[in-house]
Design a protein around this ligand. Structure first.
Ligand code: URA
Length: 267
C-alpha cells in the first residue's frame, strides 16, 4: 500500500468513525488480544520501517480487498449522505430543536465539487426543509446559474441546520453542536472548493472576527479545503445600491471557478 493510499484509508476510517458517533455509537469494543496489542504498542521494539514505511504489496492474497468481508461478518453500513440526513431529522443536540419546524440538512449533489455554506435556515427554509429557498436563495440560484452551474450540481448547506428564532445569529453553542454534521457532510462529499456566504458563516468556519469586507476575495482553508468567503445574498438584497458588492461577489465566484478549473461563462 502506498503512502497516499494509506492516508486515503485513514481519512475514510475517520469519516466512518465520525458517522458512527453521529449514529450514537459511544465506543468500539476491542477484543482481549486487540487490547493487549494496543497496550504493548509503545513497548514494541523500535521499528525502522515506521519512519519510512516499506511498500506493502498490493495483494498478498491474505489482505482483504476493498469490499471483501471476512466470512461470517456482516459488512459495516457504508456512510451515506441520505442516511446522515435522516439521522439529523431527529437531532436534539441544541435548543434550536425545540423551535424548528424542519431540520434543513442540506441539498444537492452528494459528489459536488462546490459547496456553499450559509449561516442558518430562515423562515422559508424552516417550513420547507430546504436551504436557500427564500429571496436570498433565489438570488443565490441566479449567482450559481451565472457561474454556468445548476443548483443540483453543487451542494448547499448551513452552519446550523435548524432555524434560530427570529433569524438571529446562531449562538456559539448551537454552531458547535452542529459542527459534527457539517464535518461529516464535508467528509462524505469532499468538495474541491467551499464558499462561505456572509459574515456569520465566514467567522464561524474560520474562527476569526475579521470583517467580511476584508475576508472576501482570497481563499482560506477549512478542513483542508480552499474556502472563499463572500457577501451573503441577503446583504446584497439589503443594499440601496448593490452594484459594488454584487461586482465583488462576482469577482469571488470567478476565482472559485478558476480554482475548480472551470471556464467563466460569457455573459
Ligand atoms: N440564509 C442562510 O444563511 N441560509 C439559508 O438557508 C437561507 C437564508
Amino acid at each position: 500500500m502506498t503512502r497516499g493510499k494509506l492516508a486515503g484509508a485513514l481519512d475514510q476510517l475517520e469519516a466512518y468513525l465520525r458517522y458512527q458517533k453521529l449514529l450514537g455509537v459511544a465506543g468500539l469494543a476491542l477484543s482481549r488480544d486487540g487490547w493487549e496489542a494496543f497496550r504493548n504498542l509503545d513497548r514494541s521494539p523500535p521499528n525502522p520501517g515506521l519512519a519510512e514505511p516499506a511498500p506493502i504489496p498490493e495483494s498478498t492474497g491474505e489482505v482483504a480487498r476493498e469490499g471483501a468481508q471476512p466470512a461470517g461478518e456482516a459488512a459495516p453500513p457504508k456512510p451515506d449522505l441520505a442516511g446522515l440526513a435522516r439521522k439529523a431529522e431527529t437531532c436534539t443536540g441544541c435548543a434550536l430543536c425545540r423551535t424548528r419546524t424542519k431540520v434543513v440538512f442540506g441539498e444537492g449533489d452528494p459528489r459536488a465539487e462546490l459547496m456553499f455554506i450559509g449561516e442558518g435556515p430562515g423562515r422559508d427554509e424552516d417550513l420547507s426543509g430546504k436551504p436557500f429557498v427564500g429571496r436570498a436563495g433565489q438570488l443565490l440560484t441566479k449567482i450559481i446559474k451565472a457561474m454556468g452551474l445548476e443548483r443540483d450540481q453543487i451542494y448547499i448547506t448551513n452552519v446550523v441546520k435548524c432555524r434560530p428564532p427570529n433569524n438571529r445569529d446562531p449562538k456559539p453553542e448551537e454552531s458547535a453542536a452542529c459542527r459534527e454534521w457539517l464535518n461529516s457532510q464535508l467528509d462524505l462529499i469532499r468538495p474541491r472548493v467551499i464558499v462561505a456566504l456572509g459574515k456569520v458563516a465566514a467567522h464561524n468556519l474560520l474562527e476569526t472576527e475579521e470583517p467580511i469586507s476584508r475576508l472576501r476575495g482570497s481563499f482560506r482553508q477549512f478542513n483542508g479545503i480552499p474556502l472563499m468567503p463572500t457577501f451573503h445574498p441577503s446583504y446584497l438584497l439589503r443594499q440601496a445600491n448593490p452594484r459594488g458588492p454584487k461586482k465583488m461577489v462576482w469577482e469571488d465566484m470567478k476565482n472559485v471557478l478558476a480554482k475548480m478549473g472551470r471556464e467563466v461563462p460569457r455573459p
